[in-house]
Design a protein around this ligand. Sequence first.
Ligand code: GTP
Ligand code: MG
Length: 190
Amino acid sequence: MCEIVLVGRSNVGKSTLFRALTGEKVPIGRRPGVTVRPYSVRIGSLTYVDMPGYGFMKYRSWEEQERVKDLIVRYLEDHADRIITAVQVTDAASFLEIAERWERRGEVPVEIEMWDFLCDLKLNPILAANKIDRISNKDQVMDWIAERLGMEPPWRRWDDRIAPISAKRGEIEPLRNLLKSRIELSRGKC
Ligand SMILES: Nc1nc2c(ncn2[C@@H]2O[C@H](COP(=O)(O)OP(=O)(O)OP(=O)(O)O)[C@@H](O)[C@H]2O)c(=O)[nH]1
Ligand SMILES: [Mg+2]
């Protein structure tokens, strides 16, 4: 049994993407913290998993937010050998601003920490830069995101692991193509 797991900060559009990929009508919302536990659906020999978001969640205590982060980390560790790819979803429109805010506080931005964690676990991660419909300077923003994650721009050099998408508009072709080749590669395993 193989899994494709969607992870990312709260409110970046994971569940919207999950709907677009699987057709499952999971709840989505304008406030962070809509998805509270992993939700899976099986399609053929693959299980797609929509994870709760980490980081800020409105109306949730700090302890609760930490618990969710632990749950995600443990889930990824426990399922590592069956995860064929972890899709880290980010909000392309606010990625840089949020990363800089963390850095000013002297902290490693949580999205960079998560990306490194996914790479360390060898989960073959894909960065889905979502909400691309909200930005006009797409290539520049994609370059910034790639650079922050340790991929020397131009971002198109890395288009085997980074994909600009708009889940809301259903414009997810670049991600679908990457998933297709990941699934193809792991065929014997699933
Ligand atoms: N403009 C735009 N908005 C989007 C896009 N994808 C999702 N959204 C909006 O972002 C908000 C959050 O979407 P969700 O799919 O619930 O986000 P999530 O990451 O699952 O959130 P949590 O479950 O709280 O972690 C909703 O208002 C969506 O309509 C997109 O591609 N473009
Ligand atoms: Mg969600």
